[in-house]
Design a protein around this ligand. Structure first.
Ligand SMILES: *Cc1c(COP(=O)(O)O)cnc(C)c1O
Length: 380
C-alpha cells in the first residue's frame, strides 16, 4: 500500500527566533528568494553553456567567481557542492594515498572523512582542552615535525578550521600560514564558519586554498553550494581538466552546483559583502549575550573568552539540575522554549548546548535572555 508523502511548508524564520548555528548564516534575503524561484527548473544555469560551469557568462557565474576570489584575497575560485566537496577536491588533487595530513583537533567531521576518502594519514593538532579548547598555532610546527618523522616526508597538506563548529573559536590563521610557509607545506583554510560572516584575507593568511560553505555562511540556502578559492600556482593541479573533455575539471566532475543554489549564492553576494563590514557589531552582540547568560548563574561559556564569534557553547548545570527533576527530563528546555517561539537548541541537550546570535537584534536576544531567566526561576 502506498502512502502519500505530505510536505508542510516551513516557516521557521517567520514564526520563531531561530538560534541554530548551522542555519543563522544561511538565511536567504528576499531578493535572492525571487531568483531562486526563477531558476528552479533543472539545469537552469545551462541556457548559455560555454562548456563548463565556472566560465559561464550568462548568468554571470564567471564574473561572480572573479569577484568572490577577490573578496577572499585569493587568485581564483570555482563553485563546489559545499565546503566538504571543496576540501576533498584539494586533498584528492594534490596528495597521494598514504601521505599525511595535519588538521586541528576541533576540525569538522567532513575534514576527517574527506581525508579518509583521499586515503590520507591524519595527524591532529591537539586543542588545549577544557574550558577554552583553544588550538595554538605553534602546535602546527610540532605536529608537522611528528608527521615528518613518522612518514619520512613532510605532510602533503595542513588544514586549519578557521572557526570551529563546536566552540566557535577563532584561530590566528596568519600564524598557522607562516608556519606552513616555513615548512613548505600547502595550507588549506576552512572558512565554513568565517567567510561570508567576517572579512577574510587569504593573502594575509598565506593560504593556498580557502574553502567556503555557501549554505552555512553566505546567505545562500536553496540547496547546497560552496566555493573553493586557490592561488594561481595550484591551478594546474586542482583545476586539471579531463584528457578527453578539455574544459571539464575532473575534481568537480566537470561542473558542480549547476542550478538554483549557485544563483542564490550569486544573488546574495552583494548582501554578504555588506554584512561582513558589520562583523564587529556581531561580535559585540555575541559577547553581550554570553555575559547575560552567565549572569543567570550556573551557566558557563566555553571556548574563547572573550568570545570572537556568534557560535557560542554554554555548559549549563542550571538547566541540567532542572532536567533531573522534571517529568519531561531533558526535553523540558526544548518544549519551554518552543512555547515562547524560540527554536534552534537541540532537543534533549541540557548539560551543554550551542547557539548562534548571528543576525538577531539585541531586542530579540534580550527576549531570549528574559525567557531563560523566566524558565530557570520558575522551574529551579
Ligand atoms: C558546516 C561545516 C562544514 C561543512 O560544510 P558543507 O558546506 O555542508 O560541506 C565544514 N567545516 C566546518 C568547520 C563546518 O562548520
Amino acid at each position: 500500500m502506498s502512502k502519500d508523502i505530505r510536505l508542510e511548508l516551513r516557516a521557521r524564520e517567520e514564526l520563531f527566533i531561530n538560534l541554530e548555528p548551522l542555519q543563522r548564516g544561511g538565511i536567504v534575503p528576499a531578493e535572492s528568494r525571487k531568483i531562486a524561484t526563477s531558476y528552479i527548473d533543472g539545469y537552469s544555469t545551462c541556457d548559455y553553456c560555454l562548456g563548463t560551469l565556472h566560465i559561464i557568462k550568462k548568468p554571470p557565474i564567471c564574473d561572480f567567481l572573479t569577484e568572490a576570489a577577490d573578496f577572499l584575497g585569493m587568485d581564483m575560485a570555482i563553485l563546489t557542492h559545499g565546503c566538504r566537496e571543496a576540501k576533498f577536491a584539494v586533498m584528492h588533487a594534490i596528495t597521494e594515498p598514504g601521505q599525511a595530513i595535519v588538521v586541528d583537533e576541533n576540525r569538522h567531521y567532513t575534514s576527517y572523512v574527506a581525508a579518509e576518502r583521499a586515503g590520507l594519514k591524519i595527524y591532529e593538532v591537539p586543542s588545549m582542552g577544557y574550558p577554552e579548547f583553544k588550538i595554538r598555532p605553534e602546535e602546527y610546527a610540532s605536529t608537522i615535525e611528528k608527521a615528518k618523522k613518522e612518514n619520512g616526508e613532510l605532510p602533503a597538506l595542513a588544514l586549519l578550521t578557521h572557526v570551529d563548529w563546536t566552540y566557535g573559536n577563532l584561530v590566528d590563521a596568519e600564524k598557522v600560514g607562516k608556519i606552513c610557509q616555513e615548512y613548505n607545506v600547502p595550507f588549506l583554510l576552512n572558512t565554513a564558519y568565517s567567510s561570508g560572516r567576517m572579512p577574510i584575507n587569504g593573502k594575509r593568511f598565506l593560504a593556498d586554498f580557502i574553502t567556503c560553505s555557501g549554505h552555512k555562511s553566505w546567505a545562500a540556502g536553496a540547496g547546497v553550494v560552496g566555493i573553493l578559492a586557490i592561488r594561481d600556482e595550484w591551478k594546474g593541479k586542482v583545476l586539471k581538466a579531463s584528457q578527453k573533455y578539455k574544459v571539464k575539471p575532473i575534481e568537480i566532475l566537470g561542473c558542480s552546483a549547476r542550478g538554483t543554489s549557485a544563483l542564490v549564492l550569486m544573488a546574495s553576494f552583494p548582501y554578504v559583502k555588506e554584512r561582513v563590514k558589520h562583523w564587529d557589531e556581531e561580535v559585540e552582540k555575541a559577547r553581550w549575550f554570553s555575559g547575560q547568560m552567565e549572569s543567570l548563574g550556573e551557566i558557563r561559556q566555553l571556548g574563547d573568552k572573550p568570545h570572537n564569534h556568534d557560535l557560542i557553547r554554554f555548559e549549563t548545570p542550571a538547566i541540567d539540575k532542572i532536567a533531573q527533576k522534571h517529568k519531561r527530563r531533558g526535553y523540558f528546555l526544548y518544549e519551554e522554549l518552543l512555547k515562547r517561539k524560540i527554536v534552534g537548541i537541540k532537543a534533549g541537550k541540557t548539560k551543554s548546548f550551542d547557539l548562534s546570535t548571528y543576525g538577531l537584534t539585541k531586542e530579540q536576544l534580550g527576549y531570549v535572555i528574559d525567557i531563560f531567566k523566566d524558565i530557570i526561576n520558575k522551574l529551579s
